[in-house]
Write a protein that binds this ligand. Structure first.
Ligand code: FE2
Length: 347
């Protein structure tokens, strides 16, 4: 099958919105955002409406601006190299496979120490998209509130490809336990963010393939999302759709086939291939409210004295203070052993 017709670079924004496309982390328009070279993979310029997915490449010595988003959550997965992120008020070193989650209005930044000898590469998800990021490059008209198709198409025609190495460097890491989501309450995660890892999550078998729910509403996440799965030869995932969300399925290793990688709610997708493949879903806005197949475990009751919610002495109903966020639910238990076992297999 000739897949050139399905390539993102060969389809218009409207065609992608209707039927999806096949993109590549090496391919796409590159601009500078917050002081960092940023490749635009999935974004409003190619039809995505509920999330943006970017690839950030920081050479040794590069540091981003410190910034926040008023409404969007942001999740960053370290793909290659390693570096530092500003999380929960301090700089933290992360390795490939680590995922950093920032709720809206939390300060963030990233840097690659000059002492490193490799690029620090991150795949980020911003949900919902921050349209203003694309205005300085001329891709978004802030006055009219529309994307500028002529500028988009011209930039796409000029875009050059990157050459990321094909090796999967991602691995399980449990460093900085005080920052890990599984050691924090939902309130704490929603307020200041947390550190996740692609190989550690709640087991989920809803699509007939082994998956872990990594970044999902069980941890208080609202609009970003990240699931990680692995398929053996011959396996076929369930056809499914998402009622609201766009979805980006990223193949981290091996190969796969899909009925569609379309954004939007209409297309369903399946995967079947020969060699084992590892993939993940990054769902923007309203992650699928799926229930993990693992036992959720006993909720912890940290922050039982939280001031974010108080019970009214007159009505008996809970009242929330202005500006307070989140529920007091606790994260589910994670399937560490199963995840660790999977992480030792080739993915
Ligand atoms: Fe999906």
């Amino acid at each position: 099958m000739n897949i050139d017709a399905y390539r993102e670079r060969n389809r218009t924004r409207q065609q992608i919105r209707q039927g999806g496309a096949i993109a590549n982390l090496n391919d796409g328009i590159e601009i500078e955002i917050h002081g960092v070279p940023t490749r635009l993979i999935a974004w409003p310029g190619n039809g995505f409406q509920t999330q943006s997915v970017h690839v950030l490449t920081l050479a040794p010595g590069v540091e981003s601006e410190r910034y926040t988003y008023d409404m969007a959550e942001e999740a960053m997965i370290c793909l290659k190299g390693g570096g530092e992120v500003f999380l929960r008020g301090r700089w933290v070193d992360i390795v490939p496979g680590d995922i950093v989650f920032y709720p809206e209005r939390t300060p963030r930044a990233m840097r690659n120490p000059a002492s490193n000898d490799r690029d620090f590469v991150l795949v980020t998800q911003i949900a919902p998209p921050e349209f203003g990021l694309y205005a300085p490059a001329g891709f978004y008209d802030q006055t009219k509130g529309v994307m500028v198709d002529d500028a988009l198409e011209a930039a796409k025609a000029r875009a050059t490809s990157d050459q990321l190495s094909p090796e999967n460097e991602m691995r399980l890491s449990e460093s900085h336990p005080e920052l890990r989501a599984w050691n924090l309450s939902v309130d704490e995660i929603r307020r200041d963010g947390a550190l996740f890892n692609a190989y550690k999550g709640a087991a989920f078998g809803g699509l007939d393939v082994p998956m872990v729910l990594v970044l999902w509403p069980g941890y208080g996440v609202r609009s970003t999302g990240f699931h990680f799965g692995r398929m053996d030869a011959g396996q076929v995932a369930h056809l499914h759709s998402h009622p609201v969300s766009d979805e980006a399925v990223i193949n981290w290793s091996a190969a796969a086939t899909s009925t569609s990688t379309a954004p939007g709610c209409r297309p369903a997708r399946s995967m079947s291939r020969s060699p084992p493949a590892a993939w993940c879903t990054a769902v923007g806005c309203r992650p699928t409210p799926a229930s993990p197949s693992s036992r959720a475990g006993s909720p912890r009751r940290r922050n039982s004295t939280s001031t974010s919610t108080r019970r009214s002495t007159t009505t008996g109903r809970s009242t929330r203070r202005p500006g307070a966020r989140s529920t007091r639910r606790q994260p589910p238990a994670v399937m560490a052993e199963a995840t660790r076992h999977r992480s030792t297999r080739r993915v």
